[in-house]
Write a protein that binds this ligand. Structure first.
Ligand code: PLP
Length: 448
């Protein structure tokens, strides 16, 4: 039974609101979940039911919900200076402080930040920036960007083009020219008879094959998420990133790490690049930069790239690039992450604890693999364990679970293809981790 309040919300939502990534007719028939409050790891709906937010919203609320310190920092900044821009030779203290702070957290060669309003805008910026970079260096033919199948880099024209998701390309005339999608390091689904190590090498060598086919003179950059998030939490085999590094070493191809999910601690290191030993020339950031309290993203670039970009005007920018209030939220978020040692907590305390319990779910008859790094994990649901088959029917209890799950047994998880994924807040307590694990197991049991 739902309350009159919820019924009213749902009717008004259905009447006027088109949701992103939603089949609206089905959603309206069922009625959306109306979330009205968040505190710590929990969210509450309009009927007072609470759920553990196992996805940190959309992999972003890393410091947990309802932090009054962020509200206070934002309020202070709004009262001081609610808006100014960073175009036309202007700047402001929160932008200066945030760029400086990010430069101290990233690898030493990464020195400058171009601010955006989101991860998609960051990746749009990447496309223009890497092509502009090579044009500035007198190599305008270097236009192609190599990405990977099943990657997710956002929803704007360029972001969705960089992404390798077929359903997104099927709408809106995508991809834009000059984007090439090659192998993803998805051993569980595509590794066949190869060991993970062999497959990691093979997937990286497909990138090398692309470089040879297209020609280095035509290639601007290679872009990849350190761990593919929306593609199903695809954690590459250990051999993958070192082999990519070998392939790109000495080649005139920029390495772009999309750190929108991995960045700011999700893997237990400040960046996924640090975790996997990637040395990017550019990094896209968003989400964890402000823990989702306000929209802000950016592209972090090396001093070598910054120098080339600094010679002439880069005709690019957004009204909300380095929005002062969003910068203030991000600065406060980074202060909390540091002062509460939350990244270390992911690496040393709650991460290993949750990983142990999560991996134990692999004994469940429906689970083919239970993988997790830091606080980002997936369960691969399989109809037939020994075959590692990922081809599930769309129907039936398991098919429905794998496709439609968003909340069950008081736990928010997300269904991607045939996997269930989690990325809980870094502030998750041990008791909450136990709750998460029990709820995940119960959801699997309910489906048998
Ligand atoms: N890049 C990655 C790796 C993402 O996961 C996302 C969003 O989930 C984006 C880019 C797009 O970010 P936004 O939704 O802020 O535009």
């Amino acid at each position: 039974m739902i309350s009159n309040i919820t019924a009213d919300y749902r009717a008004r939502d259905a009447a006027h609101h088109l949701h992103p990534f939603s089949e609206m007719r089905a959603l309206n028939a069922e009625g959306s979940r109306v979330v009205v409050r968040g505190e710590g790891s929990w969210i509450w709906d309009s009927d007072g039911r609470r759920a553990l937010d196992g996805m940190s919203g959309l992999w972003c609320v890393n410091i947990g919900h309802g932090r009054r310190e962020i509200a206070a920092a934002v309020t202070r900044q709004m009262a001081e200076l609610s808006y100014t821009n960073t175009f036309f030779k202007s700047t402001h203290p929160p932008a200066i402080a945030l760029a400086e702070k990010i430069a101290t957290l990233t690898q030493p060669h990464l020195s400058h930040v171009f601010f955006t309003g989101s991860g998609s805008e960051a990746n749009d910026t990447v496309v223009r920036m890497v092509r502009h970079y090579w044009a500035e260096r007198g190599k305008p033919a270097k236009q192609v960007i190599i990405s990977r199948r099943n990657a997710y880099h956002g929803s704007t024209m360029a972001g969705a083009s960089l992404g390798g998701m077929k359903p997104m390309h099927a709408q809106g005339g995508l991809p834009i020219p000059g984007i090439v999608h090659r192998a993803q390091p998805y051993w569980f689904g595509e590794g066949g008879e190869m060991s993970p190590e062999e497959f990691g090498i093979a997937a990286a060598r497909d990138i090398e094959a692309a470089i040879e086919e297209i020609g280095e003179d035509n290639i601007a950059a290679f872009i990849a998420e350190p761990i593919q998030g929306a593609g199903g939490v695809i954690i590459p085999p250990e051999t993958y990133w070192p082999e990519i590094a070998r392939i790109l070493a000495g080649r005139e191809i920029l390495t772009v790490a999309d750190e929108v999910i991995c960045g700011f601690g999700r893997t237990g290191r400040w960046f996924g690049s640090d975790f996997f030993g990637i040395r990017p020339d550019l990094m896209s950031i968003a989400k964890g930069l402000s823990s989702g309290y306000l929209p802000i993203g950016g592209v972090v670039v090396s001093s070598a790239v910054a120098e080339v970009l600094s010679a002439n005007e880069f005709n690019h920018g957004f009204t909300y690039s380095a929005h002062p209030v969003c910068c203030a939220a991000a600065l406060e978020n980074l202060r909390i992450l540091e002062e509460e040692r939350l990244v270390d907590r992911v690496a040393e305390e709650i991460g290993p604890y949750l990983q142990r319990g999560w991996r134990a779910l692999a004994d469940h008859p429906l689970v083919g693999e239970a993988r997790m790094v830091g606080l980002i994990g997936a369960l691969e649901l399989v109809p037939d364990k020994p075959s590692r088959s990922v081809a599930f029917p769309d129907t039936g209890k398991v098919g429905t679970l794998a496709r439609d799950l968003s909340i069950a047994n008081g736990l928010v998880m997300r269904a991607v293809r045939d996997s269930l994924i989690i990325a809980p807040p870094f502030t998750l307590s041990f008791e909450e981790a136990d709750f998460l694990l029990a709820a995940a197991r119960k959801t699997l049991d309910d489906t048998l």
